[in-house]
Write a protein that binds this ligand. Sequence first.
Ligand code: C2E
Ligand code: MG
Ligand code: MG
Ligand code: MG
Length: 284
Amino acid sequence: YIKERGRNGLCFYRRQMNLHLLERVRLDHAMREALLRRHFWLAYQPQVNLKDGRIKGAEALLRWSDPDLGNLSPAHFIPIAEESGFIVALGDWVLQQAITQAARWYCEGLRLLVSVNVSAAQFQQPDFSERLARYLAEANLPPDLLELELTESILIQNIEETLERLQILVGLGVRLAIDDFGTGYSNLAYLKRFPIHRLKIDRSFVSDIPNDESDTVIATAVISLAKALNLQVIAEGVENETQRQFLLEAGCHAFQGYLCAPALRPEQLEALIMRLGLDEPSAD
Ligand code: C2E
Ligand code: MG
Ligand code: MG
Ligand code: MG
């Protein structure tokens, strides 16, 4: 199995498609087993205020530690789950887990915004918003402490229907972000109509700052676009101080990346918050 996504995402996807059908079927079966056997868990990567380094939230990232197969990367198994449809059950488990964890933190006095990745098939389930509402109510979580990360690919299909769904979600009080922004084909005219709170600049536009001129231009343009539309903006994959300084000067609000920390176990994240401080999510 391919355990790590290479530096070059394209290369990864090419290998992904060459995975033998039998191997994909086996892996899909192993995933279903792993969910029953509780071999999945969520790691949380801090989202940091670019100005003062305080933590304002965390993205829940799925981890699979299998006694036989070892640690498998979501970049490897999520596409297979999407292909088979298992992502709907898996994503539902993620949503429930992340809400439970966020509620636990909230009870302990940690008002932390928790972001969850939502796949297209999951978002399109007719009962998605009902389930979400139920999980929030059961956990007693203030909905504004949950953010759903959607990809551009979700937003470009059936615009009117999507808009309706997004409005229902926003009506529940949760926050919405567009993940990997800039890699899809967002129709900028529609962006204005969607009730989105935040754009996440894809890591591919951050990794070569300040050396690659076109990446630098794109990152700056996304930040300006967010400003113009009155959206929050967060950069993914910030690994060094040069990138942080550049993004700060460009007017970006927050970042996620190894410069602060990778995705952590909940206790590790708590320890980090004790050291760096918490920047409570604002009401906007
Ligand atoms: P994503 O949502 O864009 O998540 C960001 C990815 O970038 C994570 O990879 C994170 O570990 C990685 N990353 C963060 N900071 C840095 C950095 O400074 N440098 C580098 N090189 N990488 C960094 P991860 O955890 O392997 O997840 C990969 C993708 O798998 C995610 O991309 C997301 O699309 C998907 N994924 C993960 N968990 C879930 C889930 O629960 N549901 C769904 N539907 N997808 C998920
Ligand atoms: Mg994400
Ligand atoms: Mg992302
Ligand atoms: Mg990304």
